[in-house]
Ligand binder design. Structure first.
Ligand code: HEC
Ligand code: HEC
Length: 197
């Protein structure tokens, strides 16, 4: 996987050298900006704070879009709203590049005896979560990484999408998905995703 990623990185570098150079510069600038974020989201983007997401290894686009939604109020948060209002577009770009460049959390995989995780795995297949979030739930573009995210964060997000408290992009994808889920389903899905390396 790592070899694949660096091979891919190499090809991209060869093809679009300038974009990669910009990205590296953005990531370096993002690292400085992220000092204040680390107090809540973890020094390496891996959160130890309740109800606060890990950001390490999130897709660049996902980080950027969520910051824009917080900034324009589409995604409501008393904590992140004011923080995002202080960020201009170049800062958001840099923060996206930086967090995307960090190694994602790698929890130990759930053992086969973990029935809640087994239920979550079945529900994930049934509801085709991979079709948007990627084959390993690693996140794709504007769709978040789910693998290894904090369980409390995942559960809150699912409940917020279902209740309409979280709208974000305004594109109905997660509202549609959670419409067909009850709270037990959401607990199983959150547990499954949180225990996936
Ligand atoms: C005081 C604590 C705190 C600080 C400082 C903070 N955050 Fe947050 N952040 C949170 C909380 C809490 C949430 C979850 C909000 C919710 O439940 O919707 C969050 C959510 C986010 C999300 C959405 C992630 C997801 O998985 O949906 C992003 C992106 C983010 N923060 C980026 C940042 C960046 C970048 C900074 C620094 C410029 C920062 N945060 C500083 C507490 C903080
Ligand atoms: C049609 C595409 C699509 C499908 C299918 C889908 N998602 Fe999502 N999901 C998204 C998008 C896009 C976002 C970002 C939403 C936003 O920006 O407001 C998201 C966000 C999330 C989040 C918030 C993550 C965070 O860190 O805050 C969770 C949790 C989630 N999805 C879980 C699931 C689960 C579990 C399934 C399967 C039951 C699923 N999704 C199926 C597109 C999808």
């Amino acid at each position: 996987m790592k070899a694949m990623a660096s091979l891919l990185g190499f090809c991209l570098l060869a093809l679009v050298g300038s974009r990669s150079t910009v990205w590296a510069a953005d990531a370096a600038a993002g690292k400085e900006l992220a000092t204040v974020c680390g107090g809540c989201h973890g020094a390496n983007g891996i959160s130890q704070t309740p109800l606060t997401p890990s950001l390490a290894g999130e897709p660049d686009d996902y980080i950027q879009w969520q910051l824009v939604y917080f900034r324009n109020g589409a995604r409501k948060s008393d904590v992140m709203g004011p923080i995002a209002k202080s960020l201009d577009n170049p800062a958001i770009r840099s923060l996206g590049a930086y967090y995307a460049s960090l190694s994602p959390p790698k929890p130990p995989p759930a053992p086969p005896s973990d029935m809640l995780a087994q239920t979550g795995a079945k529900l994930a297949t049934q509801h085709r979560c991979k079709s948007c979030h990627g084959d390993n739930y690693e996140g794709v573009g504007p769709a978040a990484r789910l693998a290894g995210q904090r369980e409390d964060v995942l559960l809150k997000a699912l409940r917020d999408f279902k209740s309409g408290a979280r709208v974000g992009s305004g594109v109905a994808s997660m509202a549609d998905v959670t419409f067909g889920l009850n709270d037990d389903d959401m607990q199983a899905l959150a547990h499954y995703m949180a225990t996936r390396p």
